[in-house]
Design a protein around this ligand. Sequence first.
Ligand code: SF4
Length: 224
Amino acid sequence: MNPREEKAAEVYARLTAAYGTPDWRPQFEPVDELILTILSANTNDRNSLAAFETLKARFDGDWDAVRNAPLAEIKDAIRVAGMYNQKAPRIVESLEKLCQEVGKYSLDHLAGMPVDEALNYLQSFPGVGHKTASIVLLFCFRKPTFPVDTHIQRQSQRLGISRAKASPLEVKREWETLLPDADYYSLHLNLIRHGREVCDARAPRCDECVLRSLCEYAKNPPNA
Ligand code: SF4
């Protein structure tokens, strides 16, 4: 192991010791996960889930009914997630794409697809970037791709796993180079939890942090 791999392994080990290894729990069918992650852009989990549940309830879980509904009805159902003027047409376009290309509202054909091909395919959907695509593939299909959200980007930069201004895509590639595939799911969830509970964007609680001795930010805080 080189020093960077050792550091990544230590981050993994300390977060696992602090938070445990999360169980594999695919919460949603792949198409549901796709729609939920489209709804999750620029909002929190509570609001995106509320919008998703309202959408499903309003249309009795029938994606065909959503695809054929007036946009105003969809916007009204997902209003709590914000950006509904953009998200409603993205949802309809995604359902239309599935209908035309797959003939049904299913992403099951991704199960046998190589991970890079599956990532490219999902990113051809409107508004779907590598984070959303990776979440669908990792959570629903257990494919080895590491989703990077703002919590993970921020902590990776602070820790020095990636460079200080690294993009989410660079951070994704760093972790995928440094860690075994089997660690992605657990590290993804534990880093998000750590970002919410300890490594806050504005006020990180470095004194309580299990990663402190590994962290470049803690060694050289910006306002020291
Ligand atoms: S030491 Fe501070 S900046 Fe570094 S990971 Fe922990 S909370 Fe974040």
